[in-house]
Design a protein around this ligand. Structure first.
Ligand SMILES: Cc1cc2nc3c(=O)[nH]c(=O)nc-3n(C[C@H](O)[C@H](O)[C@H](O)COP(=O)(O)OP(=O)(O)OC[C@H]3O[C@@H](n4cnc5c(N)ncnc54)[C@H](O)[C@@H]3O)c2cc1C
Length: 397
């Protein structure tokens, strides 16, 4: 079989791989992208409900989880959200800002894939599709990559194979295996930005409320909180607040939900007593929460719905607060890789150079994107990490 050579081989034609390839080729290097799927950027196409939340107005290191929190700083500083936004504008892609600074295409995520492909084409990047990678070796000073249908060789190898979420899109854990093969250690990998599930009694009680969505404040045992919509599903909790919290949740831990947020029960109480002391508890609470959810949250409690607000004692007020503002539940698990948006954990960044994204274990090896132990919040942060890490790597090549 004829070996195809290049200066740089990029494994993975996703967000980071394509962005890197064009930047590296612009420096005059010959670059070849090896992609296992029948087309590039499948996760981009699916992202943001088909509109791709490609970055965020406010990107800071605090929006990323890692065992080595300072690692992402250099790459994020070398290529910011404004840099990517400038590209989007230059390409004439219409975009819109949604809540919490999230930037989306107005049209379709296809426009972001086209932007990346156009840049690759302009710079003469070779893209090899339908090439599931079988093995990689380092022979002499070269890396040799064997796929189902070909053999490729280069002095420099960039791993941009992403995480294993949504295997039906071509995702695989191969990147982790290759990193380990070249001497890297892994920070344990698990699904993140993923719905949390329930079972047993909770499922029996809450599955019937599927479809209810409201803004609430959710908090992890470690104290991380998010105030965004929570969605009840047949299998558990979803919605942005829960997806965010899943990155901070450990199996077996309870999560706490303030269903009344952004209302403050203490302040409400003062007002209720002064103005509506004679009203019944039920008529005060029903405008604040869907009645079916309210009934479930207060089920089995001795609170009397017909009781007048002014007559409610301290003990019962405390109970009301616990049920509505500090409601606790222990999820049974997550929906797993089938629906997770990203992987938490990954290649240990202490073994990587933060500027060049070069491996400290294997000369000529570089690792970018989601494969590393850098996981963004929901809101365009994961794509920004893909762009920033890819750019920084190409810049220092
Ligand atoms: C449903 C969904 C929606 C998302 N929405 C957003 C969003 O709106 N905003 C945001 O910031 N992030 C979003 N993300 C996360 C974002 O898609 C990823 O963080 C980002 O794509 C990571 O870029 P990457 O290049 O590292 O990996 P990927 O983009 O996953 O690229 C990896 C590439 O490697 C290829 N590959 C894998 N294994 C093999 C193999 N064995 N052989 C050959 N090729 C292989 C894959 O086919 C893929 O093309 C979403 C993720 C999902 C799943």
């Amino acid at each position: 079989m004829k070996i195809k050579a290049a200066d740089v081989l990029v494994l993975g034609g996703g967000a980071a791989g394509l962005f890197f390839a064009a930047e590296a080729a612009a420096k005059g290097l010959s670059v070849r992208v090896i992609e296992g799927a029948n087309k590039v950027g499948k996760k981009i196409l699916m992202s943001g409900g088909g509109r791709c939340n490609f970055t965020n107005r406010d990107v800071q290191p605090k929006h990323f989880l890692s065992q080595n929190p300072k690692f992402c700083r250099s790459a994020l500083a070398s290529y910011s959200h404004l840099d990517f936004l400038a590209l989007v504008k230059q390409a004439g892609i219409a975009y819109e800002e949604r809540d919490l600074g999230k930037l989306f295409c107005q049209g379709s995520a296809k426009e972001i894939v086209k932007l990346l492909l156009d840049r690759c084409q302009q710079q003469g990047v070779e893209i090899e599709l339908n090439q599931p990678i079988q093995e990689v070796e380092h022979l002499g000073s070269d890396f040799v990559v064997r796929t189902k249908h070909g053999c490729f060789q280069a002095e420099r190898l960039v791993l941009a194979l992403g995480g294993p979420s949504i295997p039906t899109l071509g995702a695989s854990p191969l990147g982790y295996r290759l990193a380990e093969q070249f001497g890297h250690s892994l920070i344990p990998v698990r699904p993140a930005l993923v719905p949390l599930t329930w079972d047993g009694q909770l499922k029996e009680r809450f599955a019937a409320l599927s479809g209810i969505s409201l803004v609430a404040r959710v908090q992890s045992k470690g104290g991380q909180s998010f105030s965004e919509p929570v969605l009840l599903t047949h299998r558990g909790f979803s919605g942005p607040a829960i997806l965010q919290l899943s990155s901070y949740w450990q199996p077996g831990e309870a999560i706490s939900i303030d269903w009344l947020h952004p209302e403050n029960l203490e302040q409400l109480w003062e007002l209720w007593q002064q103005q509506h002391g004679k009203s019944q508890l039920s008529s005060l609470l029903s405008p604040l929460l869907p009645s079916r959810l309210l009934a479930e949250l207060l089920a089995d409690s001795p609170l009397n719905w017909q009781q007048k607000v002014a007559e409610l004692g301290k003990k019962h007020r405390q109970m009301l607060k616990q049920r509505l503002c500090q409601w606790q539940m222990v999820p049974s698990g997550t929906e797993g890789w089938r629906t997770a948006e990203v992987a938490l954990g990954g290649v240990n960044t202490k073994e990587m150079d933060a500027k060049s994204l070069a491996s400290k274990k294997q000369e000529g090896l570089y690792i970018i994107g989601e494969l590393l132990d850098v996981t963004g919040w929901l809101g365009g942060y994961n794509f920004q990490w893909a762009w920033s890490s890819a750019y920084s790597c190409a810049k220092h090549l």
